[in-house]
Design a protein around this ligand. Structure first.
Ligand code: FES
Length: 334
């Protein structure tokens, strides 16, 4: 049975089947709200239910759920509802497309990271915003999510940074993908995008292959000849995890006032590289006295993003609505 979900203070509404979660129903109806993991981990989809009853999955993270809100990716309506998301917009119909892309280069950037370059069929272009992601469909029908690392104007190719996960069904075969091999991809997905209307200084924080969407954002800023002040903090356990230093060198030349901070947890390697020794959230706290007036863009594993969010919003005065994140959760896409 379908229930009707209205968005508070607007005439927007969409149907949601019993047992379907609110986020999936909204996306199906062409209404996009903030989200990232779709697995109840990141908290990006949290919002209020202003009237009506919901049933929420017991696996939804209590830590990721702000008081008085629910995680829309984990809750289903028990009747008609009125919700008050923190933000929403209509998705352009037909914006998401499927392609059979071909591998044209596959390089090992770090012991556990492959960079996969895909080319779309001749004459076809992918439309996406810097920071968004795609889904790869595997032969068994399951999907994996990866952010585009290339900027949107390079629209006939797709660059993916893939961290090898132990026993990962897809990442086990990634090192063996060769030029000419095909992959079925669908894009764009995601709500992690550059706020183009803003000139606020930016703090970008990447953990591991969370660097990929940040790279797309910064390459896009270069393309647009942006004058925004940018600080990039790239956190890794060891130096090998800072796997694309040439991109950073390029931005230092092209983005005026770009500041780069390496945060390396291994003490000896941090000292040898002249890096901050410690985690990314500690590097942020050590390098800023206040983030009032900033925008923060943070991508990586759930604990890293949670720690950076707390550092930015609780310790350094960043407006919580100005913290944008993409949380990487391994395994099948939800
Ligand atoms: S918790 Fe819902 S999208 Fe991450």
């Amino acid at each position: 049975m379908a229930h009707i979900i209205r968005i508070f203070g607007t005439d927007a509404q969409f149907p949601c089947d019993s047992g379907e979660n609110i986020l999936d129903a909204a996306l199906r109806a062409g209404i996009e709200m903030p989200y990232s993991c779709r697995k109840g981990v990141c908290g990006n989809c949290a919002g209020a239910v202003s009237s009506g009853q919901t049933q929420c999955s017991p696996t939804a993270s209590a830590e990721a759920t702000p008081p008085g809100q629910v995680l829309y990716c984990q809750c289903s309506p028990l009747g008609d509802l009125e919700i008050a998301p923190t933000a929403w917009k209509r998705i352009e119909p037909g914006a998401r497309k499927r392609f059979v892309a071909k591998v044209f280069r596959n390089t090992r950037a770090a012991p556990d990271v492959s960079i996969l370059h895909l080319r779309l069929p001749t004459g076809q272009r992918a439309k996406f915003s810097a920071g968004q992601y795609l889904q790869v469909t595997l032969p068994d029908g399951s999907k994996r999510s990866y952010s585009m690392a290339n900027p949107p104007h390079e629209s006939d190719t797709l660059q993916l940074h893939i961290r090898h996960v132990a026993d990962g069904q897809f990442t086990q075969i990634v090192p063996d993908l060769a030029p000419g091999d095909s992959l079925e991809v669908e894009l764009p997905y995601g709500h992690f995008e550059l706020n183009e209307a803003s000139e606020a200084p930016m703090l970008c924080v990447a953990g591991g292959t969370g660097f990929a969407p940040v790279k797309s954002l910064l390459d896009d800023l270069v393309r647009k000849k942006s004058q925004r002040q940018v600080t990039l903090v790239w956190g890794s356990r060891d130096l090998a995890g800072i796997y694309l230093p040439e991109a950073v060198q390029r931005w230092r030349k092209s983005l005026p006032g770009m500041h780069f901070i390496m945060a390396i947890e291994d003490p000896a390697q941090a000292q040898a590289a002249g890096a901050f020794q410690g985690r990314a959230d500690a590097a942020v706290k050590a390098n800023f006295q206040s983030l009032a007036g900033y925008e923060a863009y943070c991508c990586g594993a759930p604990p890293m993003v949670a720690a950076v969010r707390a550092a930015c919003t609780q310790a350094l005065g960043l407006e919580p609505s100005q913290f944008f994140s993409d949380v990487f959760v391994p395994g099948p896409a939800a």
